[in-house]
Write a protein of this length. Structure first.
Length: 201
């Protein structure tokens, strides 16, 4: 798994993901791989969407506040394991924010939207959680969208999250995180952010 993917997945709506979306070229069309066998996905019978939103917003608020312990609490455990443990994740998160701020970028707000494309694969429930973020940048404000993958292992009570911004850039790494569900998750295309020149926030 590439370092860029790890950093992007650790930070829900992290500025690198959005700036990367703004700067990277459009991918070339690639031949479609042969379909592979995959576990059957089903739709959960009932689910509290407000609970997903509440926990996703808590993660976003913790990111803005720099509460990296809470960010780690709400990060998908397998990602923490791949990253090298909780303390490694927190350390790199702090370093990434410091680098971002040194370049005069600062997350102003993140607003979570309605979860969608909810599926159950084996014993895990997955949902796509959209959000809109505003980032103060030199000369103005960037406004863009991002998508988190929410995961629950207890029927929808507790959720942990992974940011999806780099998922399509590292297919092998994504399948390492979600070996049974990677091909079942319908991650929307992320549009390029819009720069509003002269805005303060």
């Amino acid at each position: 798994m590439t370092n860029r993917l790890v950093i992007s997945l650790v930070f829900p709506l992290f500025v690198l993901g959005m700036l990367g979306c703004a700067s990277k070229p459009q991918p070339e069309t690639q031949p479609q791989p042969q379909a592979e066998q995959r576990p059957q996905a089903t739709a959960p019978k009932t689910l509290d969407h407000e609970n997903i939103k509440r926990q996703a917003q808590e993660l976003c608020d913790a990111t803005i506040k720099g509460d990296f312990n809470r960010v780690a609490d709400l990060t998908y455990p397998k990602l923490i394991e791949i990253f090298g443990g909780r303390e490694a994740l927190i350390s790199q998160a702090k370093a990434a924010v410091s680098e971002m701020e040194s370049q005069q970028y600062r997350i102003v707000s993140i607003e979570v939207g309605e979860p969608h494309d909810i599926v159950e694969v084996k014993n895990e429930i997955f949902a796509i959680v959209p959000s809109t973020m505003r980032i103060k940048a030199p000369g103005g404000v960037l406004v863009g969208e991002a998508f988190m993958i929410a995961v629950s292992k207890d029927g929808g009570q507790q959720w942990t999250f992974v940011d999806s911004s780099a998922a399509k850039d590292d297919d092998a790494g994504f399948k390492t995180l979600f070996p049974d569900a990677a091909n079942q998750l319908r991650i929307p295309e992320q549009n390029q952010p819009v720069f509003h020149k002269g805005l303060e926030k």
